[in-house]
Design a protein around this ligand. Structure first.
Ligand SMILES: [Zn+2]
Ligand SMILES: [Zn+2]
Length: 242
């Protein structure tokens, strides 16, 4: 009883917020509010069989994936990266709203929990941030999502498989070619890859946004090089494909 009262009190003073519009929810409610649920765009078919970008018409791959080769097998994203989601992700990353991570993990699990089991993933690996950024921001948003998602899926999350050794320029300011160059040598295998007796065969890399795929490619490449063969990814947001 006492705990219940304490929780209710906490709800009252620190109400759960909808991660999309940031409005406080009615006490006892959780997740994305009804208004936002009606407006956000969940990614559906037809989508690219490689990167998961939504396509306007049925096709195997988007134009980007027809041209490029990736070290990952396939990936999925939850929501279209529109204006609402841009604001949400900005608050999540730079505005201290780390609690959004649990709600997005919940949604990812609801839509892709079955897929995680089907591909037989044994580990979730968040895209790491550089130490200097971790100090200013206080947390890695991808790791928060990965941690909660791993709990929901009942699999392991490791934040020490990859390290970011280069404090890269924010990707959003760069063109696709510059992005790749910016990320050259940005990641290397972390301590986790040394202490594990056996590397997992199948992993999912977790990130907040997929834009050109350069970050996920750079991470996948490092994991492939150390011998992990089946690499997938899951992101909260993704742009439209063509
Ligand atoms: Zn909302
Ligand atoms: Zn694609």
């Amino acid at each position: 009883m006492r705990r219940c009262f304490r929780d209710r009190l906490l709800d009252y003073f620190y109400p759960a917020r909808c991660p999309v519009c940031d409005k406080a929810l009615v006490v006892g409610r959780d997740g994305i509010c009804e208004t936002c649920t009606a407006h956000i765009e969940y990614i559906r078919e037809p989508k690219c069989c490689r990167c998961g970008k939504p396509l306007t018409e049925e096709d195997e791959f988007c134009n980007d994936c027809k041209r490029r080769k990736y070290s990952f097998r396939q990936g999925n994203a939850l929501l279209l990266y529109d204006g609402m989601m841009q604001e949400s992700v900005a608050r999540f990353k730079y505005g201290g709203r780390r609690e959004y991570g649990r709600v997005y993990a919940q949604e990812l699990y609801r839509h892709y929990g079955r897929w995680v089991r089907q591909i037989g993933a044994g580990m979730l690996i968040p895209v790491p941030v550089h130490r200097s950024r971790l100090q200013t921001r206080g947390y890695n948003q991808a790791e928060i999502i990965a941690k909660h998602l791993a709990d929901y899926c009942g699999i392991e999350m490791r934040n020490d498989m990859l390290i970011r050794i280069k404090a890269t320029q924010p990707q959003k300011e760069l063109s696709a070619a510059e992005r790749l160059k910016n990320l050259e040598g940005a990641f290397r295998p972390g301590r986790g890859t040394e202490v594990l007796n056996r590397l997992p065969e199948c992993v999912i890399i977790i990130d907040d946004i997929y834009t050109t795929g350069s970050t996920l490619e750079a991470c996948s490449k490092v994991l492939r090089e150390i011998g992990i063969d089946q690499i997938y990814f899951l992101c909260v947001c993704i742009g439209k494909g063509s």
